[in-house]
Ligand binder design. Structure first.
Ligand code: ZN
Length: 270
């Protein structure tokens, strides 16, 4: 499909949104990030802007509708109390995602992809299963999971305000990044790293995902500059490779959904 304009719900009249779902495509992406400090070199909306930027490129490539990004997200326990972060409680965030999807369904959208640029499986997984009970087809993806097949791009996995996130930011919104303030940082997990799957790491048998435990000390007690990893290694070129990989992968997923279910056809959920 040739490149077109990104379709943002908030920029369109209702009748165009409804017509698009009925005649062209009833798949919608909900980009989500979080309001979270990202070190001295990146803005607190970093994850939102990363999700929005990727979603926009996916819409241009595939013609899917984009739901407005809610900006706020949920956070693992250790992000709480860190200045700059504004975490939603898990219940609030689960409810928020579900309400957005339910509202979009009224306009004729039947297939949903939640594209997250922030570690918030604690609410996205619960939301998609609760939506499933209501008969709604919804998938949730975290972009850094695509790094597992793309590890030649980066020296490290994805951590926070680091090489990975800052590279993506440099590609999508360089005007908000100040590389003269980029640094290195991090803490030590509470169990050996070999037991934990880092974001973007290809797992080995027996490892736990980083979100499956309280593996870290609270950031406000541990982090000196709000960075986990090495932001000085970030480049726009790395960001372009990562973003292109994510966009192509999600576009492939969208084509798969399209090949199985016609416009207007609900996948058999519920
Ligand atoms: Zn982030």
């Amino acid at each position: 499909m040739s490149e077109q304009k990104a379709l943002w719900w908030q920029n369109l009249p209702a009748e165009e949104i409804v017509r698009h779902a009925k005649e062209v495509c009833d798949i919608a992406i909900l980009p989500i990030g979080a309001i979270e400090q990202h070190g001295p070199h990146c803005p607190c909306g970093d994850d939102d802007f990363n999700a929005i930027g990727m979603a926009e490129l996916i819409s241009k490539k595939t013609g899917v509708m984009l739901l407005p990004c809610p900006m706020y997200g949920s956070h693992p326990y250790h992000h709480w109390k860190m200045p700059g972060n504004i975490p939603l409680t898990y219940e609030t965030h689960i409810g928020l995602i579900m309400d957005i999807v339910r509202g979009a369904q009224v306009a004729g959208y039947n297939k949903f992809i939640i594209l997250s640029a922030h570690g918030q499986v604690s609410s996205t997984i619960v939301a998609v299963h609760k939506l499933g009970i209501e008969g709604i087809f919804a998938l949730s993806l975290h972009w850094y999971d695509f790094l597992r097949d793309n590890q030649d791009v980066l020296d490290d996995y994805m951590w926070h305000a680091d090489e990975a996130e800052t590279s993506v930011a440099l590609y999508l919104f360089p005007e908000l990044v100040d590389m003269s303030k980029a640094g290195k940082g991090g803490g030590e997990p509470l169990v050996d790293r070999k037991f934990i799957i880092a974001p973007g790491q290809r797992p080995r048998p027996g490892m736990m995902y980083h979100f499956e435990g309280t593996f870290a000390r609270p950031e406000y007690k541990e982090l000196e500059n709000g960075i986990i990893g090495d932001a000085t290694k970030a480049t726009r070129e790395k960001g372009e490779k990562i973003v292109t990989g994510v966009v192509d992968h999600v576009a492939e997923l969208i084509e798969d959904i399209r090949s199985r279910y016609a416009v207007g056809e609900k996948p058999p959920v519920g």
